[in-house]
Structure formats: C-alpha cells, structure tokens
Design a protein around this ligand. Structure first.
Ligand SMILES: [Zn+2]
Ligand SMILES: [Zn+2]
Length: 553
C-alpha cells in the first residue's frame, strides 16, 4: 500500500496572508510558501503576523525544502523568521527568489541559505516528492503552480493565479499541462486560490490596464505624471513605462523597493526599460513636467511610503502641485482603504489631479474570479478539492463552485489554519489540529501575545490608573499611600477630586482587610485593584486598566 501523506495548513486558510502549508510523506516535509500577514488596525503596535511554526519545531530535521510559488510578501515574507530557526533549501523562479532575497539578506541569513532557481515546466525531486513547476499568470511575474507527484497521486497547488489570456509577457497559465495531467493519471487533489471566489465573471487581462494608462498619458500631455503601484508588479511597471516612453517621458523610480525591483527586473530581462529613459529622482527638476513620469511606492497608503510622504509634502526632490496628475494603479487591499483615502485627500489638497481605481480602470486583479475558477476546475477535474488562500467566506464560495463543477460534496473539503488532512488509499480526511495561532511580531519575534494586545487595547481606549500603597504586614498598618496616578483616563482639571475619592476607597478597604488579618501580598493587591476599579467605574463609568502595587515596609 502506498504511503499516506498529510497536508498541514499553518496559515492562509481563513485570512489573506501568512500562506504556509506543509506536505509530509514518510516523515519528510516540504513547505509550500512561507508568507506574512500585515496587521489589522486592532493589532496595536504589531508590525507583522507570521504563521505558527510550532508544529514544525518537532520536525526541524525533516524539512527538505520550501517551494515558493511567487514573490509576494504573503508567500515569502516570513522566510527571514523561518530561516532563523530552520534550515531548508528554497525553490522558486529566479524573480521569486530575487524578491525574497532582499529580506533574507537584511536578516543576515543569505550565506546560510540555499536558493535554487527552477524553470517553467521543470521537474525536480524535493525530498520525497517529484515536483513539477507550471507557469501561472498573477500580479507578479513568474509565479508557479506546483504539481507534486506522490505515491498517493498528483497534488496540484495553484499558488496565486489568474487566467490572463493576453499576459504582458505572453507567459500563459499552463492549462494544457493541467489538462494533460487530468486526462492521464488524473489529479487526486487540487488546492486552489480562493481570493476572488466571490467575484462574478472573469478577471480582466493585465493588458486592459495598459490601454487605460495609455489614454491617461494622452489626456495628461504637458502635465507631470506620478504613478504608483506595487513594486513587485513588474508588468504594471512595464506598461507604465511603455506609455511614458510613447509620450516622450523619462521614468524616475521613487521609493527604495521600487528602485531595487526595477534594477533587478531589468537585470533579469523581465522588465524592458531602456537606460536612456531612466533617471534618478534627484534629476527630476531638470525636466519639464510633461517630460517626466515618476513611478512610486506607496499604493496601499503605507504611512512612511514615498507616496504618503509626497502627500505630506515631505519629499526632498519632488513637490506635488497643481501641475501634477497622480495615478494610483492599484486597489486598496481590505484594511487599507482608510490609509489610501487619506493619501488621496492630501494629494488633492496640494492641488493635484488624482486618478484611482474608483474612477478609472487603472487596476486589474491578479486573482482568478468565479468563472475563471470554474474553468480551471473543469480542466483539472480533481478527485478531491480543498480551497486555499482566502478568508473563510472565500473558501466557502470556492468550495461551492467546485461542487457546481462536479466535485462531490463530501470531496470538497473545507479546512482552516491548523487543520491537518491525510490522504491515503481511502481518500482525503481530517486527521486533527496543530497549533496555528497568529504569531505577532513587534520589533523582534515572539514579542506580543494576544493578552498583551488586549492590554494595549484597554490602554488605548481607557487609559491607566495605578494605585500604590506601602504596608507594614507585622503591624497590619498602612504606612504610606495610596498614591493614585493616572494616564489617559480623565482630564487633569477634573482628576483631583476623583483621584482623591479613589484613594479614599482604597484606603478604607485595605485597612479593613488588614484588620481582618489578611497578610498575603497578592491578596492585598487584589483588594487594591477591586476597590480602585469599583470606585473608578462608579465615578466615571469607564474601565481603565488598574495597576495595583503593594510594597512591604
Ligand atoms: Zn500573490
Ligand atoms: Zn497571495
């Protein structure tokens, strides 16, 4: 009987981000992606969210490789944290590894990490698996779907993909190979991108954006044009550059990742941009407005990004004004709408014309929509199906599409972060759960627990009240205090009276507790906390954090 294998989801099923799946066979493990998630507004002070690697810690010596489907942060961004703990060779396209490389280098882990370039259609043995890399179209070039040919049949993981029939580089999603696998040995299990499963119709071709950009460049002749998009969206940058060159403009990259990625993509031959059309942002003033096109980072409204700084008039080389047209060739990812809106507002305040995806078709999604997903399912005809990459509702929508396309309802399996599935001769079934908590990064890893986040929320919304007392336990007396101090609770003018009332309540209850024979310090602290808390809430109807401190004399 062929060996069973297990699939463990460490992230990406239930949120957009921190994609990471582990496939295990005969005690050997291969990871697919190792991504991060950007925090929500309520994750105060959190820089990043990582997959939970707890389950991997017991298997550190068994990890034979990490397959990187493409170069987006939600697929490669956790690598510097992963590689601090584990050592495993990385596999991906040259561009994917190039995009991942910067962060690995920054973390000082480049020399200890083996980066292995795989090419379109290539097959490679990674650990126990015969892996095949199929080209897919997406919003970053050179993404892969991965077919793992295993003792339990072929498992196809799509990575992020769309079905762009006219991609900028002519490199199509390899549907014919998917059809080939499906019509020969069959696809035992399909794991497929669910991001846009709720969206009707087909995803627009990236080329459609090029046509819109061209007409915007035409309409804005004579004006300076400042564009922004994801720095990894090389095909978007290509199309911006083509319009710019067509209208006799030079291109000035702005923002560190934009400069770095443009340099790298040109070196790899992924971006066709003549050196004569490229200038440094420092030179921008020596050109007439109508001769310049700036390509900037900051399309998601990130506070310290180049575009946000332009909006705040804080860029050394470039001041935005009424002669500028700013094109946001992007769409805010959920959670970033407010930040993007504020940046647009600032740019408009400076007098600029702003074009964004709400008023013109200056962006096309990189993810297959429902009709594309149905088409893909009709070609793949998988025996078993698990939707991946999406919030829970996207996963549910995608599994419904699969059932519509002929996957039996008990063979479209809904899994979430932490679920472990097993595939054997009997089929696919749930084996159990592994830890899959959000791992918050603030400064250095492992810094922030969900308890700490809860405290930050209380501090942020209600403030803090501390009550300090000094007691002589043997004499059962209050020696000093209560000293009540507050921050972020009530305005200073109002506070004196309330603070006095709180101190009074603490003094009475503490004296009573000491009189009753209580000598335990933590019990006394509880008395202080309770009395201060109840006084505060009665007097102000608020619930700040109460910090009781009992010092022994
Ligand atoms: Zn992606
Ligand atoms: Zn993704």
């Amino acid at each position: 009987m062929p060996a069973p294998l297990s699939i463990t989801f460490l992230g990406g099923l239930g949120e957009i981000g921190r994609n990471c799946a582990a496939i295990e066979c005969e005690g050997r493990v291969v990871l697919i992606d190792c991504g991060l998630m950007f925090p929500d507004d309520d994750m105060l002070g959190v820089d990043l969210v990582l997959p939970d690697f707890s389950w991997l810690r017991g298997r550190a010596d068994a990890i034979d490789g990490v397959i990187l489907t493409h170069g987006h942060e939600d697929h490669v961004g956790a690598l510097p944290y992963f590689l601090r703990e584990f050592s495993a060779p990385l596999y991906g396209s040259e561009l994917t590894l190039g995009l991942a490389r910067g962060r690995i280098e920054e973390a000082g882990l480049l020399s200890s990490t083996s980066l292995n370039v795989v090419r379109d259609g290539e097959r490679r043995r990674i650990g126990p698996f015969d892996c095949e890399f199929l080209p897919v179209t997406h919003s970053v070039p050179h993404g892969f779907a991965t077919a793992l040919h295993t003792p339990q049949g072929t498992i196809l993981h799509t990575g992020d993909f769309k079905l762009d029939l006219t991609p900028v580089d002519g490199r199509l999603t390899d549907l014919s190979r998917v059809g080939g696998m499906s019509s020969t040995d069959g696809i035992r299990l399909l794991l497929s991108d669910s991001t846009n499963a709720e969206e009707h119709g087909h995803a627009d071709s990236e080329r459609s954006v090029g046509a819109v950009l061209y007409s915007l460049f035409h309409e804005n002749e004579g004006r300076r044009i400042i564009t922004t998009c994801f720095a990894s969206h090389i095909h978007r940058i290509q199309q911006i550059a083509e319009s710019a060159v067509a209208f006799g403009r030079v291109i000035a990259p702005l923002g560190r990742s934009m400069r770095r990625n443009i340099t790298m993509a040109r070196e790899m031959g992924v971006l066709d941009l003549p050196a004569s059309s490229l200038i440094d942002i420092e030179e921008v003033d020596s050109f007439q407005p109508g001769q310049v096109c700036v390509v900037s980072t900051g399309s998601q409204g990130e506070p310290m990004s180049a575009l946000a700084l332009l909006g705040g008039n804080e860029n050394r080389w470039l001041k935005v004004g009424p002669e500028d047209t700013v094109i946001l060739s992007s769409h805010p990812i959920p959670g970033n709408e407010g930040a993007v809106s504020r940046v647009i507002d600032n740019l408009v305040r400076l007098g600029a014309e702003v074009v964004h995806s709400g008023i013109a078709d200056v962006h096309a999604s990189g993810h297959a929509k429902s009709e594309d997903l149905k088409l893909f399912l009709s070609v793949a005809r998988p025996e078993w199906f698990v939707p991946v990459h999406g919030e829970y509702r996207h996963l549910v929508a995608h599994s419904r599409l699969a059932m519509k396309m002929g996957v039996a309802s008990d063979r479209a399996v809904l899994a979430e972060d932490g679920d472990q599935l097993v595939l054997d001769d009997e089929g696919l079934r749930m084996r159990g759960r592994v830890p899959a908590e959000y791992v918050y990064v603030h400064g250095t890893v492992g810094d922030v627990s969900s308890g700490t986040l809860g405290e930050r929320r209380i501090l942020g919304q209600e403030g803090v009240v501390t009550a300090i007392v000094c007691v002589d336990l043997s004499a059962a007396t209050l020696v000093a205090g209560p000293e009540v101090a507050t921050r972020g609770w009530v305005e200073r003018e109002e506070s004196a009276e309330i603070v006095a009332a709180v101190a009074d309540r603490v003094r009475r209850n503490l004296t009573a507790a000491l009189g009753d024979g209580e000598r335990n310090r933590s019990a006394l602290e509880r008395v202080v906390r309770k009395s201060a808390g109840s006084a505060v809430s009665e007097l102000t109807r608020r619930r700040p954090m109460i910090v009781p401190v009992v010092i022994e004399a």
